[in-house]
Ligand binder design. Structure first.
Ligand code: 5AD
Ligand code: SF4
Length: 478
């Protein structure tokens, strides 16, 4: 596997045609500035997971380097980019809806460049639909070539027709792309791209390709830089973070990577998502227990609560394996909090399967959960299973499960009253008397705003723990 380095400074030595794309797009933004007296503006609408959010942060930085400015007002934009998600049908439908409504904007402003990228574009039938039904789109590209945005824009600016460039897969890891982070105190860091697990409901292996780990030294170097810049929390990103490093020439385990980054000097937190339960090793559990910067929180997607469904989903663990790992975790890290992903309505699911899931939820006592109704994804094995569950039944079961889950989450929240936590302040709360932050265990807390800033670590006592929200106040230093 190859590593491509595309650092802005390295463009001086990059092949001549790369420099040309940059120069051309920069010329476009400069000419725009001369004519309109303002820089052309872009807006990126991001759907889906943190991986997509981080991809958008990279594209934002590339566009800013090319002379664009960011806006949040659609009508002001010269470039609209949709970074799309395919995980469930409603994510796709939202994009189609927005694309449709852009038609009138494009009519008013024919110069507007409309681009779509991300997971939806990795599927041929979707690209076909856009080609045929949304002819006002200018540019289509995929998840594997977003680093070529300057080149693609250059082509799009020069052409009248729709530019389509989607790669089936990627053999390389691209290093050195600039990033424009949404928040200064927190940063995402990709550690592994793609997924080889092929859970039968999931489209990700088809849209994000085979696993490709970044070299540990590149990850550590990026983290060092971030900590030097004042970042207080790093979240490692990957579809299955604990398969990290197994595809590298010199194998590195995920726990070893955590240990390396934990050794960087400075006060910061380390989180990661998402680990796969089948790969949750004792080594990783001990790393969570022993490494001071690694937070006491784990998102451990269970998806289903019965062995027959787990098998049909190709999850490759049993309820018993999962619970054994949860017990080990709770023993090794006593104050750990757990969250999960749950799918209701997978083909073949029975009421008894839902009972089993509820039983598992009660045993684990999750602190929070992301709950989904199964959505048929074209090209995945489960979409062809003939025992699909009717929609109304899915919803009935979903409500039944959610009732129990919510009771547990609320009970666990209420038990936090009067407890003390270190909170990392992330931003302003909706109520301007409060700032909002997170504990190491990932509880969101509204903290009375007297004299605290974004990026501060504040010791807080929980003063109100009603429903799903927590309130607290800073402890005095005496
Ligand atoms: N339908 C519903 N939920 C899904 N997820 C993945 N694929 C589907 C699907 N086809 C959920 C899983 C995964 C989370 C990111 O999205 O729970 O962990
Ligand atoms: Fe999808 Fe399964 Fe890979 Fe997660 S592990 S991205 S659910 S295929």
């Amino acid at each position: 596997m190859e590593t491509i380095r595309v650092k802005e400074v390295e463009y001086n030595n990059a092949p001549a045609h790369h420099q040309l794309y940059h120069q051309n797009v920069k010329r476009f933004t400069e000419e725009f500035k001369t004519i309109h007296n303002i820089a052309p503006k872009f807006i990126i609408q991001t759907y889906g997971c943190q991986m997509n959010e981080h991809d958008s942060e990279k594209m934002s930085a590339m566009l800013i380097n090319l002379g664009f400015e960011e806006t949040e007002v659609l009508e002001e934009a010269s470039l609209v980019l949709y970074n799309t998600c395919s995980i469930r049908e409603n994510a796709e439908n939202k994009v189609y809806g927005h694309l449709g409504s852009l038609k009138s904007l494009k009519r008013k402003n024919p110069e507007l460049i409309i681009g779509i990228c991300g997971c939806m574009m990795q599927q041929e039938h979707i690209v076909e639909t856009i080609k045929n039904k949304y002819k006002h789109v200018d540019l289509i590209f995929g998840t594997h070539n977003l680093h070529l945005l300057p080149q693609l824009l250059n082509q799009s600016i020069a052409a009248d027709d729709m530019i389509i460039d989607v790669w089936d897969n990627a053999d390389s890891v691209v290093e050195g792309l600039p990033v424009k982070r949404k928040r200064n105190s927190k940063a995402y860091v990709n550690i592994i791209y793609g997924c080889d697990n092929y859970c039968t409901y999931c489209v990700v292996p088809y849209t994000r390709g085979k696993i490709r780990s970044r070299r540990a030294e590149d990850i550590v170097a990026e983290c060092k830089l971030l900590i030097d810049e004042g970042v207080k929390e790093i979240t490692f990103l990957g579809q299955n973070v604990n398969s990290y490093g197994q595809d590298l020439e010199k194998k590195v385990s995920f726990a070893e990577l955590l240990t390396m980054v934990n050794a960087i000097e400075g006060k910061f937190r380390l989180r990661f998502m998402t680990p796969h339960p089948k790969d949750l090793s004792d080594e990783l559990i001990m790393a969570i227990a022993n490494l001071d910067k690694v937070c006491e929180y784990l998102h451990l997607p269970v998806q289903a609560g019965s062995n027959s469904l787990l098998k049909a989903m190709n999850r490759r663990y049993t309820v018993e394996n999962y619970l054994e790992k949860v017990n080990k975790l709770k023993r090794a890290v006593p104050d750990i909090t757990l969250s999960t992903d749950i799918i209701i309505g997978f083909p073949g699911e029975s009421e008894a399967d839902v009972d089993d899931l509820i039983e598992l939820i009660k045993i684990v006592e999750y602190d929070s959960a992301f709950t989904f109704i199964y959505s048929k994804r074209g090209g995945t094995p489960a979409a062809k299973f003939d025992n699909q569950i009717p929609e109304p039944l899915k919803h009935q079961r979903f409500d039944r499960m959610l009732k129990v889950l919510n009771q547990i989450v609320k009970r666990k929240n209420a038990a936090l009253l009067d407890r003390e936590f270190e909170v990392l302040i992330e931003g302003k709360a909706r109520d301007k008397n409060y700032m909002i932050g997170r504990t190491r265990q990932n509880h969101t807390v509204n903290v009375l705003a007297d004299g605290i800033e974004i990026g501060d670590f504040v010791d807080v006592r929980i003063t109100k723990a009603g429903g799903f929200s927590l309130y607290g106040e800073k402890l005095s230093n005496e």
